[in-house]
Design a protein around this ligand. Structure first.
Ligand SMILES: *Cc1c(COP(=O)(O)O)cnc(C)c1O
Length: 401
């Protein structure tokens, strides 16, 4: 048995089988590179689903984490700590929202946004308790809690996990007219991803985000963008909603918020929405802990100081241009992207095999929905490394079409 096989065997025997990972066992990361236990080096073209946009083990973020770990790690929110205030102020400043509520995982932040919109509907719109409706998009991915899978339309996310939470209406993604038709007197909020990540980098028609903003304003319905994956530079802007000036009422962040060193998520909103939370109505033992706060402060500094939004825009355009020029496009269903959020979509369900072949060649990417390969390298990747990885990947991507 190889070292790799021994590790996989142990994880198989003792772990739940809720993932089907590629057969590599990683033990080290630096920047855009990962190494496995056999000593092989890979280009990371998944970036932990866009959580390590700043690159693996960024020295500044790790230093902040380690320094804080030696001083104070967890107080709970029963007391104040000296790191949470600076983090909240920093996120408020970055996003332009008055208030920030810190949580840990993305799913928790989405749950937080749902609670905020429902209570806002009750207190500010006069919708009766229990009648609050939230409109969501077909093909959505917002996490894995029982409430969130209740409004997924992906059978594998849902099967056997009912009874499902009511209060959600599905409309086609990217269809503003369908959204307008779906809004009724009990609608309190709209929850969309600007670009659907897990759905396979689905990009809505131009103007959709702007119209969603106009419609929600016209009907006095809250707009929540889930930017857990698209936010913090991934699509070439700090936030994807900036592409169309579609500033939401509720902004949900996670993943790259801590640069991949610690689970940190948050919900941002102005006072009218955030003030629906009163002591006892929401919380989390680890939410806003000093270690999370220190990591986040450093991770956000890195995004700004290293110009990662601009890099994402430039390198993403370059990568997409190369893919479109060098792949036999007629044999693909689509090759699309926004910034360094790129998808290659096949006509057949070959993506899993492609991801496997890419890994064998030294590029780690992930298939989704059978026919889509997603490319999400860390935003700090050097142009030469991006090109070298594309040199390896393009022949493999082309061969499967
Ligand atoms: C990853 C993701 C989530 C869930 O985040 P977790 O940290 O895995 O709970 C929610 N929404 C979007 C858009 C995501 O990409």
């Amino acid at each position: 048995m190889t070292l790799t096989e021994a590790h996989i065997d142990r994880a198989d025997r003792f772990g739940a089988h809720n993932y089907a990972p590629l057969g590599v066992v990683l033990c080290r990361g630096e920047g855009a590179f990962l190494w496995d236990v056999e000593g092989r080096r890979y280009y990371d073209f998944l970036g932990a689903y866009s959580a390590v946009s700043q690159g693996h083990c960024h020295p500044r973020i790790v230093a902040a984490l380690v320094e804080q770990a030696q001083r104070l790690t967890l107080t709970s929110r029963a007391f104040h700590n000296d790191r949470v205030g600076p983090m909240l102020e920093r996120i408020a400043e970055l996003t332009g929202f008055e208030k920030v509520l810190p949580m840990n995982t993305g799913a928790e932040a989405v749950e937080t946004a749902i609670k905020a919109m429902r209570r806002w509907g009750l207190e500010h719109k006069g919708v009766a308790e229990g009648d609050q409706e939230i409109v969501v998009a077909a093909g959505n991915f917002h996490g894995r809690t029982t409430t969130i899978v209740s409004f997924s339309d992906e059978p594998e996310y849902r099967r056997g996990f009912g009874p499902y939470t009511p209060g959600f209406t599905l409309v086609p993604f990217g269809d503003a007219d369908a959204l307008e038709r779906a809004i009724g007197p009990s609608t309190v909020g709209v929850l969309f991803e600007p670009v659907q990540g897990e759905g396979g980098v689905r990009i809505a028609p131009d103007g959709w985000m702007r119209r969603v903003r106009e419609i929600t304003l016209a009907h006095r319905v809250l707009l929540a963008w889930d930017e857990i994956q698209t936010g913090l530079g991934r699509t070439g802007r700090m936030f994807a909603f900036e592409h169309e000036d579609a500033r939401p009422d509720v902004l949900i962040l996670g993943k790259a918020l801590s640069g991949g060193v610690y689970p940190v998520s948050c919900v941002c909103a102005d006072r009218e929405v955030m003030d629906v939370f009163t002591p006892g109505s929401h919380g989390s033992t680890y939410g806003g802990n000093p270690l999370a706060a220190a990591s986040t402060l450093a991770a956000l500094d890195v995004i700004e100081d290293e110009g990662l939004c601009d890099r994402s825009a430039r390198l993403g355009a370059h990568a997409l241009e190369r893919l479109r020029a060098e792949l036999p496009l007629a044999r693909f269903a689509d090759v699309r992207g926004r910034g360094l959020m790129i998808a290659v979509e096949y006509r057949e369900r070959v993506a899993k095999q492609v991801a496997h072949d890419l890994a064998a060649a030294g590029v780690l990417a992930k298939d989704t929905h059978g026919s889509i390969v997603r490319l999400l390298p860390p935003l700090m990747i050097a142009l030469d490394d991006l090109d070298a990885a594309l040199d390896l990947a393009i022949p493999i991507l082309a061969a499967a079409a």
